[in-house]
Ligand binder design. Structure first.
Ligand SMILES: C[S@@+](CC[C@H](N)C(=O)[O-])C[C@H]1O[C@@H](n2cnc3c(N)ncnc32)[C@H](O)[C@@H]1O
Length: 243
């Protein structure tokens, strides 16, 4: 079932790396080829200053909001659903190594896994898995924390709901689902009106996320904390699985 990343042309590295055969979703190829799929996109976008610019200077704030959740708590088994440009996964990998934890990162694009593999420190306790977030080939109730970092706004509504359901399924009872994403900015925030036309073209699934929100898609039985940043343009949800 699994194929090593070496078989798709990656150099050997100390950490385990596996990949499952799967296909690239149509929406990703159609709407995000320029951001994630094309090899030049990866080279171009994976720069901290550029990602920070795209996030209106909030990269460190959003990244650190995730890292802060691991302060003073055991790291355990963590799943990051989808790679992200920048150094979030590297910092998580270092935490995992320091705390005897484990980090799994899944992504549907080999090029993204390959890029992350090159960024990770040697011997990091990280597995890279090629999977679609809507069909995670991972056991039920396995992870202490599952992270969805800036992924949900890039998914069509059906895939967003399925991804959330899968993230909750693989979470242990008492485990935490961490979601960082865009949110509908407050009425006084000019970005609410200025961004809409750009997002509607470049990020066609953001309007539905703004309309429906994320918290409403969480399964019953999850308790959560919801913080908003930067006039409500960004949100972090920390949801705990009850049963
Ligand atoms: C996390 S999102 C956005 C990250 C953000 N723009 C950044 O880099 O800071 C981008 C990643 O999601 C991945 N992705 C999109 N749809 C996916 C799916 N259905 N399953 C797994 N990964 C997916 C893409 O391949 C890409 O690597």
């Amino acid at each position: 079932m699994y194929q090593s990343l070496d078989e798709i042309g990656l150099p050997a590295a100390a950490h385990v790396a596996t990949v499952e055969e799967t296909t690239v979703p149509e929406y990703l190829q159609r709407h995000y080829w320029w951001a994630y799929v094309h090899p030049k996109a990866v080279q171009f976008f994976d720069r901290l200053w550029l990602i920070n610019l795209i996030l209106f200077g909030n990269y460190h704030r959003l990244r650190d909001a995730v890292l802060d959740e691991f302060d003073g708590a055991p790291f355990g088994k963590v799943l990051q659903v989808a790679c992200a440009y920048g150094d979030l996964s590297i910092k998580l990998a270092k935490r995992a190594a320091a705390c005897n934890g484990e980090l799994d990162v899944v992504d549907v694009l080999p090029i993204q896994l390959k890029n992350l593999k090159w960024k990770l420190p040697q011997r990091a306790p990280v597995r890279l898995l090629r999977m679609d977030s809507t069909h995670l080939n991972l056991p039920d109730r396995h992870y202490d924390s599952v992270l969805l970092y800036l992924l949900l706004h890039e998914l069509p509504e059906a895939e967003r709901a399925r991804t959330l359901a899968e993230a909750c399924r693989v979470l242990k009872p008492g485990g935490r689902l961490l979601i960082v994403d865009y949110d509908l900015p407050s009425g006084w925030n000019p970005l609410r009106y200025l961004l809409y036309p750009f997002l509607a073209v470049l990020e066609p699934f953001v309007p539905s996320l703004w309309r429906r929100g994320v918290a409403s898609l969480l399964p019953p039985g999850m308790t959560f904390r919801h913080d908003r940043f930067f006039g409500g343009l960004y949100q972090i949800i920390v949801a705990t699985r009850g049963d």
